[in-house]
Write a protein that binds this ligand. Structure first.
Ligand SMILES: *Cc1c(COP(=O)(O)O)cnc(C)c1O
Length: 483
């Protein structure tokens, strides 16, 4: 070959050498973080500082240090002190399937560009549909993230429910969906992308416990109809992201059925609960949904991004992106479930099905029950600890592994407490021993924990609370008001 550089790039020997090095380094990383040999859950650096570091590294860093340095200078989701955003500490075996997907690089849009992973995708999505409680008419496919899956579900809903052919003719009547005010922002975004505008997003207020107030559905529906808005779908959150509270899926299903609406369940976070014997009840009514989204990278230990969109009636899976409304296949037509690109928004996608299948093959369905049940149990335990602590207050009793709480002190005003909790969270970030996040609920600033690591224990929670107390005491001297 004329070009030695390209020969070097594709050298199997080089791949093998580097591969062994990476596996050794990642193994050390896992051991270090999982077993808490290193103290920190995040190595916080200011973005500008981090930018400078990597600009310099490109010029003068040692390439042999590259992978290790990337791994070190970031967030350690495998550390039991990582209790922040909702991504799983990936099951290590799925890092290997990630490598297979990257190296084989089959594009997946058509069957020929990913035969094993396409068939595997069918197996995996069939398992998920069955777990939901659907019959063999149900179908699913994998797509790149809950955000895209929610948009795709709403597009399927629009095609299925409305008489108007919006796909071909564009919007000529105002359309709307109903969704709780606590739903993930991507639902709002999807509706806007679909041209519904703000008036087409019928926000349903929540109860005290941050769940969709299903008692006002009829009234809100009536109001929208009166304004000439054609509602075609209602979305339930299972659970909503900020607080981890589940909407009453049974009540929403009943309402949807009565009015002929598509019922979509955004189970990006908690849809995986279908595998938990103990917590399946959080999803009561999910079997009545027309579509369900489940993120594998949240509550199923898979790498980002691995998402399933599941439809009770598989015919609609093929209809969404078709130019003609010819999707109602006759019995003799065959359904080409294996050509992924017809059903997904994206053309090329990764071979994400192999992560899911590998988990099923190596550990069986029970592994998902074990993981979800453990995390929800720990969410409940942490909730109880907060509830019994005089210096902390819960936003709501947790239903899942998401816990929102704040430091309280009756000597402080709301504004002062908000500032203090925000300051605590920032100090925790810079300190790095624990990684937690924050959210604003009804004007109050809350600290927010999502238990994602099955090895996080109540001792860890205690340590976190002690640390926060210390920070609170150090960082404030009550503002003495001059009378
Ligand atoms: C995380 C989340 C999403 C977005 O999913 P991505 O995979 O991050 O795109 C949507 N809805 C809910 C309820 C979520 O928790």
């Amino acid at each position: 070959m004329r070009n030695n550089l390209l020969q070097k790039v594709y050298s199997p020997k080089f791949f093998q050498e580097k591969g062994h090095q990476v596996i050794d380094e990642l193994t050390a990383h896992l051991d270090d973080k999982l077993n808490e040999k290193s103290e920190k859950a995040i190595q916080w650096n200011d973005p500008e500082e981090e930018l400078k570091f990597w600009k310099d590294f490109l010029k003068s860093g040692d390439e042999n240090d590259l992978f290790k340095t990337i791994t070190e200078r970031t967030t350690y989701v495998h550390h039991p002190h990582y209790i922040g955003h909702q991504v799983s500490p990936a099951a290590p075996i799925t890092a290997l399937t990630g490598m297979i997907s990257s190296l084989l690089n089959n594009g997946m849009a058509v069957y020929e560009m990913g035969m094993s992973p396409s068939a595997i995708e069918r197996v995996v999505t069939d398992v998920l549909c069955e777990k939901i409680g659907w019959d063999t008419n149900a179908r699913g496919f994998l797509t790149s993230g809950g955000t895209l899956a929610n948009l795709t579900a709403l597009l399927a809903a629009r095609k299925a429910v409305l008489k108007q052919d919006v796909w071909n003719e564009g919007l000529n009547v105002p359309l709307g969906i109903m969704v709780s005010e606590e739903a993930h922002y991507c639902v709002d975004r999807a509706a806007r992308i679909m041209g519904l505008g703000e008036k087409g997003i019928i926000k349903i207020p929540c109860t005290e416990s941050f769940q969709m107030d299903t008692t006002v559905l009829e009234e809100k529906y009536g109001e929208a109809l009166h304004k000439g808005i054609a509602i075609f779908a209602i979305v339930g959150s299972a659970p909503s992201t900020a607080t981890g509270m589940f909407d009453d899926l049974e009540a929403i299903a009943g309402f949807a059925k009565k009015h002929g609406l598509w019922f979509h369940v955004d189970g990006a976070h908690g849809g995986a609960g279908i595998f938990s014997e103990k917590y399946r009840h959080t999803l009561k009514g999910i079997e009545n949904a027309d579509s369900v989204v489940i993120d594998g990278h949240k509550m199923m230990m898979l790498p980002t991004i691995t998402t399933a969109l599941l439809l009770k009636n598989g015919l609609y899976a093929n209809a969404t992106f078709r130019q003609k409304a010819d999707y109602l296949l006759t019995d003799s037509d065959h359904e080409d479930w294996y050509n992924s690109g017809k059903r997904t928004f994206e053309c090329t996608k990764t071979m994400m099905s192999i992560h899911w299948y590998t988990m099923l093959k190596y550990y069986g369905e029970v592994v998902f029950d074990a993981y979800i049940t453990q995390l929800y149990d720990m969410g409940a335990s942490f909730g109880e600890m907060i509830e019994h602590h005089a210096s902390f207050q819960l936003a709501v009793t947790p239903m899942a592994n998401i816990v929102c709480f704040r430091y309280v002190d009756s000597n402080f005003s709301q504004l002062q407490l908000n500032e203090l909790n925000a300051k605590i969270r920032h100090q925790l970030l810079e300190d790095g021993e624990f990684y937690i996040v924050q959210t604003k609920l009804r004007g109050w600033h809350y600290l927010r924990v999502t238990v994602m690591n099955p090895f996080t224990t109540t001792e860890h929670f205690q340590k976190l609370l002690d640390k926060i107390l210390l920070m609170a005491q150090k960082s404030v001297t009550p503002v003495t008001t001059i009378c």
